[in-house]
Design a protein. Structure first.
Length: 129
């Protein structure tokens, strides 16, 4: 037990020492909680979209998509999707840049029955690097 604790302490100390003594060109970023991380590419722009979207009935084990026009996206952006309400059980969601100026919101039905999602508000955050 003592050997495992000592090994874990050495590993943590090595990682902390690397982060503190690193001579690479990564920028140190401090979050609101005071935690530091290394980041080589800063965020250039953030676009926040909050709107309601309606999806058609989604068959079992399949998906449905809605395209949203977002001027300026070209495929190198990160898309985060968060429903602001409670989606039906068995639905998973995500987003991606599917084409120039287009973000696609996808709902996936992971159940063995069809689901007809109601109209729901989504918060979509697009970050450009």
């Amino acid at each position: 037990m003592i050997a495992l604790v000592t090994l874990a302490t050495l590993l943590i100390a090595s990682v902390v020492a690397f982060a503190i003594n690193s001579s690479n060109s990564h920028a140190a970023i401090r979050s609101a909680r005071g935690v530091q991380s290394l980041c080589s590419t800063p965020v250039q722009a953030t676009c926040v979209i909050e709107d309601e979207y309606a999806f058609p009935s989604i068959a079992a084990h399949s998906s449905a998509e809605v395209n949203i026009t977002v001027s300026g996206v070209d495929g190198w952006e990160e898309v985060t999707v968060t429903p602001t309400g409670a989606p039906e059980a068995g639905l998973m969601w995500g987003g991606r840049v599917s084409a120039v100026d287009t973000v696609t919101l996808r709902l996936v039905n992971v159940t063995s029955s069809a689901i007809t999602p109601g109209q729901l508000k989504y918060l979509i955050v697009v970050r450009s690097y």
